[in-house]
Design a protein around this ligand. Structure first.
Ligand code: NAG
Ligand code: NAG
Length: 416
């Protein structure tokens, strides 16, 4: 064999290896871009999986934050970091480095474009639009309107101060993933669980012509039916147009009330998703000498155990939208909500909002509680009883956990 032949062979082998490397990288990037653009598609696949495994349908919201999905996302992120680091170390040594680095720069250009879009649309100059009150004819809404304007200015001022330094950065699609669309009356509603969201979805379905009365829609139809569209199901232009022209609303609730309400709803009643998925992991990690039965079923989680999980930087299971901070569900400083309702004045706020957007006069916000309706509603007195189970430090840390929600919506920590 001639020496030049073996050099050729080596070269060929090297080139082949390079080509495979580049092809793999391209495939990986394509998949990653695809996954990022199709969060709902993977969610649906997961939903299908869970439906196949489990005869009782899980709440669709539960799927978005299901641990499987989260750990897949975490792995993806880990992989992405590894790959990028690997690329950098190869950059100088081989032509693959050059190709890879041009790919990386193209990818980061994409990211920059998304960021530029964010800045331009919602981030840079958060102008507060005046509420269009041309449909309000009488002054029985005067007090509610004054409270509304105060809240709007309060949040606006807070965001101006807060955002200058600490801008929340996120993908546009993720940012709007909890927002429901009602095209007839041009409404965007960001869903905050445990703050009247089931009844809000009922109202949106009626406004959209999907039902004739809010009272005729069962809890399951509200949450499992695929009737209302989410904002992230539109293309960039569709999202942009709606963000700029629709009336955007959010309904919030005192953070501790929301937390206790979520705990009572998910852990104090039989639940085929929260007990096996969250309950088991919580009891395993935070209960000393747990009984075998409790470890097996995940039932009987105590509020204190639940809070220890919430505050743990190494949670054995991920977060869940029912106790996720509102600031991370709805991004109130990025999306300039036009109308801020509060659970504490839910019916008045909601009915005023319905007037503003020109809903049919007979449509009123329903006042029923459709889950565990015999339980006492979670009010401040109930919350205090639960908070008493915590130490002072745990209470303070829980407050810190919801700090932004407290600040944005002018809530104060309850005195226990
Ligand atoms: C306010 O709402 C009314 C009724 O929907 C509409 O005709 C009018 O154009 C709106 N005004 C502005 C400034 O958007
Ligand atoms: C904020 O809350 C305090 C205490 O509840 C209240 O007195 C004040 O009016 C609120 N401010 C706004 C802007 O709503």
């Amino acid at each position: 064999m001639q020496p030049s032949d073996s050099v050729m062979n080596l070269r060929q082998v090297f080139v082949t290896v390079l080509m495979f490397g580049v092809a793999g990288l391209l495939l990986f990037m394509y998949l990653q871009a695809w996954i990022e653009e199709h969060p709902t598609a993977s969610g649906e696949k997961l939903q299908q999986q869970i439906i196949n495994q489990d005869s009782k349908l899980p709440h669709p919201e539960e799927l978005a934050t299901a641990p499987k999905y989260q750990s897949a996302a975490a792995n993806l992120n880990k992989r992405r970091t590894t790959v990028i680091m690997g690329r950098h170390s190869q950059e100088k040594a081989s032509p693959l480095g050059e190709i890879a680095s041009s790919l990386v720069s193209r990818l980061s250009e994409q990211q920059k474009m998304t960021e530029a879009f964010l800045k331009q649309q919602v981030n840079l100059s958060p102008v507060m639009r005046p509420l269009n009150k041309s449909l309000i004819k009488d002054d029985r809404w005067k007090n509610i309107d004054e409270a509304q304007e105060k809240r709007r200015y309060f949040l606006y001022d807070f965001c101006k101060k807060y955002s200058s330094e600490n801008r929340l950065r996120t993908h546009l699609v993720r940012m709007v993933s909890r927002i429901y669309v009602e095209d007839r009356h041009k409404i965007l509603y960001c869903e905050v669980p445990k703050a009247g969201c089931s009844n809000w979805k009922r109202i949106l379905m009626v406004l959209n012509g999907l039902a004739s009365s809010a009272y005729s829609i069962s809890h399951d139809a509200v949450h499992y039916g695929k009737h209302l569209k989410k904002l992230d199901s539109y293309d960039l232009k569709g999202i942009q147009t709606r963000l700029n022209t629709y009336t955007k609303t959010i309904f919030v609730r005192d953070p501790m009330e929301r937390l206790v309400s979520a705990f009572r709803d998910k852990f104090e009643h039989p639940n085929s998703y929260y007990h096996p998925v969250f309950g088991k992991a919580i009891i395993k990690k935070y209960r000393l000498n747990a009984h075998e039965e409790a470890l097996k079923t995940g039932s009987g989680v105590k509020f204190k155990e639940f809070v220890r999980y919430l505050l743990d930087s190494q949670r054995p299971v991920g977060m869940d939208i029912h106790w996720e901070q509102i600031s991370r569900l709805c991004y109130p400083c990025l999306i300039n909500y036009d109308f801020i309702g509060k659970f504490e004045t839910l019916e008045e706020d909601a009915n005023y909002f319905l007037q503003l957007i020109g809903a049919p006069a007979e449509l009123k916000f329903p006042n029923f509680k459709d889950r565990h309706s015999s339980d006492e509603r979670t009010n401040m007195e109930v919350v205090r009883q639960y908070l008493k189970e915590l130490s002072d430090t745990e209470r303070q840390l829980t407050y810190d956990f919801y700090y932004l929600d407290y600040l944005m919506f002018n809530y104060t920590m309850p005195i226990v």
